[in-house]
Design a binder for this molecule. Sequence first.
Ligand code: FAD
Length: 389
Amino acid sequence: MSISTIAVAGGGIAGLTAALLLSRAGFRIDVFERAEQFTEVGAGLQISPNAGRILDNLGLGSALDAVATRPEAIEMRGGQSGRLVVSLPLARAAIRYGAPYRLLHRADLLEILLAAVAADGNIAIHLGSPIGNIDETADGVRFTAGSSSRNADVLIGADGVRSAIRAHLRGGPAEPTGRTAWRTTIPASAAPEGIARDRVTVFLSDRSHVVIYPIRGGREINIVAIVEEAWQSAGWNEPGDSAFIRQRFRGMAADLEDLIVAGKDWTRWCLSGVDANGPWQRGRIALVGDACHAMLPFLAQGAAMAIEDAAVLTRMLLRQGLPAEIALERYVAERRPRAARVAHAARQSGAIYHMSPLAAPFRDATMKALGGDRLLARYDWIYGWRQSG
Ligand SMILES: Cc1cc2nc3c(=O)[nH]c(=O)nc-3n(C[C@H](O)[C@H](O)[C@H](O)COP(=O)(O)OP(=O)(O)OC[C@H]3O[C@@H](n4cnc5c(N)ncnc54)[C@H](O)[C@@H]3O)c2cc1C
């Protein structure tokens, strides 16, 4: 049976990108979003070239460039000394990888995706419509979306780290990682002079690190402090106590400490992971994004992997003559190894970033000896990814 309708559960980065790509491929898409309104957390997002290329191919490049900053480099610095350890050069990313590295506000990306969806006659958005009660039939999927009953030929679960569609496939719950992300944004004018406005700065410390970069075309600074702590919560956006985070980074390099003090309205997010080796697909149901591989954000690749998933899924469903079930199996066979490898690399980065004061000098010496160019080359397999086939 050919596919005429595809339902997407979730209107986040994964769901909206999948909807756009599938619609451009000629499918009719219904996106069911649990929330009554689209909202995004007030935080930044790094979109690396492997994902940026897909967004560029959707025709979104100039809209992204209007709100994004292209960083000169990713700089690693000592959290206490503030001294530069190594700088990975990104100014030539667009030439090296075929698409730029971009820094932007999550809400700006959501707005750009929603504007593209609104201009697309093949996508219907249904807000306040959580998908549940899934029933797999001989030729499709039946489910409820809020109070209405629906059918689709294929169901894509893009419903995030606590995915109901993954639960339907008997996937396990998201596992807390023992780390939290403290996030805030401040006007660039409120940041200390010593904080760079044209690059990503990562301050490395004992069992913590802080990532800082410009968003909104440089008008604001995004701050993410990662801390090892046992606190758990399901919310995206729990308020965080500024006194705790100030205390945690007291005694750090002066610019870093001043920046943390300048941060107001901190939110705290419990970092949870979803094992990429769990279920992704059964019959005409498949998962994309955090629903099947939520990972630590230490390589800034969660959303990028979701965008790659959407591209491969679309290519597989487009294959002429392939039954939907087989197309979805092939999607998983192609995506799972890469998502698992990136998740593993992100975990390794965490261990390297959070080394104890005893081990940190050896780490820093190794990074310095390797140098920024060679360190960047170690990520070519991530940033240089292209669709095959
Ligand atoms: C601190 C931090 C920093 C990060 N930085 C980066 C970065 O720089 N670069 C990067 O690439 N990634 C980054 N990530 C990862 C990235 O944010 C996620 O991987 C990405 O947002 C996942 O998108 P998603 O669409 O899969 O899930 P979500 O964004 O969680 O979207 C899921 C959507 O599904 C909806 N939903 C849930 N249940 C249902 C249901 N039953 N029915 C219908 N709708 C439902 C939700 O309301 C939501 O809108 C970061 C993550 C964190 C925590």
